[in-house]
Design a protein. Structure first.
Length: 138
């Protein structure tokens, strides 16, 4: 997302997409994107649950993946900005698609993500426009 917003505001000329030969709907890699608020709420829920083992591992995610081109399209729809991109060679070891299985998190913490990819794009773009250099000192 940071690279997409940097292309949207002109800091980067284009988005690098590693490979266009994956076995996905549009041949770009697919990943599980989660809204930062959903991630934060999952952490808060974990802190508030006494039934979790001290070092228990829980996956946090939406549970489905979307491709890079699908993400770019959603971002373009919400921002009204065209994202230029170019394909690079596939990175060694990259998987075509992966996503989190958050069923254990849902069961143990009564947590589930509530925000979709459209909301992620809207909030990311709004935050970026308000904080173009991040929270750093100018």
């Amino acid at each position: 997302m940071p690279y997409i917003t940097q292309v949207a505001d002109g800091r980067r000329e284009y988005l690098n997409i590693c490979s266009s030969d994956y076995e996905t709907v549009d041949e770009t890699g697919a990943r599980d994107y989660i809204h930062i608020v959903d991630l934060a709420l999952a952490h808060i829920s974990a802190l508030n649950k006494n039934k979790l083992d001290r070092f228990e591992v829980l996956n946090i995610g939406v549970g489905k993946s979307i491709t890079i081109l699908e993400l770019v399209s959603k971002f373009e729809d919400t921002s009204d900005v065209t994202i230029k991109f170019k394909y690079l060679p596939r990175r060694d070891g990259d998987l075509a698609a992966f996503w989190a299985n958050s069923s254990k998190s849902s069961e143990k913490m009564s947590w589930k993500p509530e925000r979709n990819i459209k909301k992620i794009c809207e909030d990311t773009w709004r935050w970026y426009k308000l904080n173009p250099i991040g929270y750093g000192i100018e």
